[in-house]
Write a protein that binds this ligand. Structure first.
Ligand code: ARG
Length: 279
């Protein structure tokens, strides 16, 4: 009797696995073979980040879309785009829901624990958007201000760390905005943060360089300046495409495509074209 029960339980488990395909790892679900079989490469992005991704009518356009299209072409499959909240992208790639995360995503040590990254395709810096007549010149000048960021971005992490303090080399460090009364206000996009800034609800917005310039450019009375520290240092970030951990077959194709696009000057071209189109 016990054997029969065990056998039935086994069968149920196997059927459940087959039914849910949850026995497959995220990397297996999105392997090159699986993508070719499905005929679709699914890109997760957040179209609130021009020129990398933005809406043109009902379509998502941008540098990352052009790169993803080149990857889909190389694989001989269709490109499907999922426009989601930025802070959910890594999770959807980690779980194998999507094939790639392409959203001007900065490579960070923390994110590397959840997903694997391609080679970098471009670099960026953090910028500060302030009213044109503002005298803010360095991050320390944001003392006491309400600072708007896009939730889950590196701008969010930097400002949050500078306000709350952070750990570095196992030691607790004081942030340059700590105890100044500064606070972070999170938005779903830099554009939403700029609306709040324009209406005086917050004092500044921190976001990556090109989106900062484009968003500020939409307002006569806003400007974007580089985020520098009082000691003259600044931020430097690398953008890459992420895949599920261990998805080597897909990562190889992505790296080949990025290599080719960089060598032929296409990435620079995409950036210029989309900066023009999104401005
Ligand atoms: N580079 C920044 C980060 O990785 C911001 C990216 C925001 N991207 C977007 N599509 N909204 O955190």
């Amino acid at each position: 009797m016990k054997k029969i029960i065990a056998a039935v339980l086994c069968l149920v488990l196997v059927l459940a696995c087959v039914g849910m395909t949850s026995c497959k790892s995220a990397a297996e679900k999105q392997s090159v073979d699986a993508i070719k079989k499905a005929g679709v490469l699914t890109m997760y992005t957040n179209a609130e980040f021009p020129p990398f991704e933005y809406m043109k009518g009902t379509e998502v356009k941008g540098v990352d879309v052009d790169i993803a299209q080149a990857i889909a072409d190389k694989l001989g499959v269709e490109l499907e785009i999922k426009n989601v909240k930025f802070d959910t992208i890594i999770g959807s790639i980690q779980s194998g829901k999507g094939s790639i995360g392409a959203a001007g995503i900065t490579v960070t040590e923390e994110r590397k624990e959840s997903v694997d990254f391609s080679i970098e395709y471009t670099t960026s810096k953090q910028y500060i958007i302030v009213p044109t007549d503002s005298t803010v010149a360095k991050i320390e000048d944001l003392a006491g201000m309400k600072i708007g960021v896009q939730l889950g971005t590196t701008g969010d992490f930097i400002i949050t760390d500078e306000i709350n303090g952070y750990e570095s080399d196992g030691e607790q460090q004081k942030g340059v905005l700590q105890d100044t009364g500064a606070s972070v206000v999170t938005y779903n996009s830099a554009a939403d943060a700029a609306i709040a800034l324009n209406s005086g609800k917050i004092g500044a917005v921190v976001i990556d360089k090109l989106p900062a310039e484009i968003v500020a450019g939409n307002y006569d009375n806003l400007k974007a300046i580089e985020l520098v520290y009082a000691d003259g240092s600044n931020t430097e970030e690398s953008y890459a495409i992420c895949v599920a951990k261990g998805n080597e077959s897909l990562l190889k194709v992505i790296n080949e495509v990025i290599e080719e696009l960089k060598a032929s000057g296409k990435i620079d071209e995409f950036i210029i074209t989309h900066t023009g189109a999104a401005s």
